[in-house]
Design a protein around this ligand. Structure first.
Ligand SMILES: *Cc1c(COP(=O)(O)O)cnc(C)c1O
Ligand code: SF4
Length: 342
């Protein structure tokens, strides 16, 4: 079965409840639901299904609040050449393409991703590579998009080889949702393409719910881990999908079990039309506190906010230290308070 890409296809699959605003929601962002994700959706309770809610357009997307931004994390302000974002001195984002295997309705690049988006031409990619070659302070290149693992293995291998040939690039990081939503794409050829000869390669995997880790996905993650690729987990905190302790507990444990180290729990960005996904920072901190009290350190992500306007990411707590630096009050993971001499 092919990926579902239109409202009509979603309707035929029984995933929509009629609403006149759905057409507008669908125009605001491309639709894609892979067969693997479709198979995981529980039709009995679509309104609360954590898979359906991530990928099926909803009328709520047409509600845009004044705080929401077209470029929520300020990529454009920090883009010296097309397809490249240079916000931190030692690392850049390189976005070779803008297509994804699925379209997540809460996407932080919601207004950029999709078919027909600005994929880089060969000449533009070369210009971006020249920028990296010319800036010796660039220690790490982060491939993102879109989803870079949508590239054919041969093209991926060529890009990795081009980066690997730049001596000051020590680390290549790839951010992807492919192993979760389209695990068969993680072919032996793709795994080989992800092996630079010299640089280190890390793979960040976007996963928001334990149900996304079906058998085929676990097998794909095992192929990557067995090839020696270190795997990181990135989760977006999403209202009604994973904003409760039990769900996050199960997800973080499942990731570690699949040899994926939880890296970031992202506070949802101020993306236009995504208010229905947003959680308060206070609620996010309370969840993090609860996780600290019940999960292995291996399973703890850092809770981060991407400061709107292109100011980068910062950890947003919770804090365990009181304000008085001369007599610190330390709160333990179980809510007890202790004095630490300052
Ligand atoms: C998120 C991001 C990075 C990577 O940040 P880390 O904290 O190193 O994971 C780098 N550049 C930009 C522009 C980013 O948005
Ligand atoms: S896979 Fe990533 S880039 Fe693509 S729509 Fe989902 S969140 Fe956005």
């Amino acid at each position: 079965m092919p990926t579902l890409r239109t409202l009509e296809e979603l309707d035929r699959a029984g995933l929509l409840s009629p609403d006149p605003r759905l057409a507008e929601a669908a125009r605001s962002m491309a639709i894609a639901i892979t067969p693997e994700m479709l198979a995981l959706i529980d039709r009995g309770d679509l309104a609360h299904d954590p898979i359906a809610r991530q990928f099926v357009p909803s009328a709520a997307e047409t509600e845009v609040s004044a705080d929401e931004l077209a470029d929520p994390i300020g990529d454009e302000a920090r883009s010296p050449v097309k397809g490249l974002v240079h916000r931190y001195p030692d690392r850049v984002l390189l976005k070779p393409l803008h297509v994804c295997p699925v379209y997540c309705r809460f996407c932080f690049r919601r207004e950029k991703v999709g078919p027909g988006g600005e994929a880089l031409s060969a000449a533009e990619l070369e210009t971006a590579l020249d920028y990296i070659r010319d800036h010796r302070e660039i220690w790490e290149v982060i491939l993102t998009g879109g989803d870079p693992l949508m590239m054919a293995p041969r093209r991926m291998g060529e890009l990795i080889a081009a980066l690997d040939a730049i001596p000051h690039v020590a680390v290549i990081r790839v951010h992807s949702r492919v192993p979760i939503v389209d695990p068969e794409r993680v072919s032996p050829e793709l795994v080989i393409a992800l092996k630079p000869r010299r640089a280190s390669l890390w793979l960040g995997i976007h996963c928001n719910h334990v149900r996304e880790l079906a058998a085929a996905t676990r097998a794909a993650l095992a192929r990557l881990a067995d090839a020696g690729i270190p795997l990181l987990g990135q989760t977006v905190l999403l209202r009604g999908i994973n904003d409760d302790v039990e769900t996050l507990d199960q997800l973080m444990r499942a990731l570690v079990t699949a040899r994926v180290k939880p890296y970031y729990l992202h506070h949802p960005d101020l993306v236009r039309g995504t208010g229905h996904f947003r959680v308060s920072i206070e609620a996010g901190q309370a969840l993090m506190k609860a996780l600290r009290g019940r999960l292995s350190g291996l399973a703890q992500p850092t809770y981060v906010l991407d400061v709107p306007g292109g100011h980068g990411k910062v950890p947003i707590g919770p804090a365990y230290l009181g304000d008085d630096p001369s007599a610190l009050d330390v709160e333990d993971a179980f809510g007890g308070h202790h004095r630490y001499p300052g």
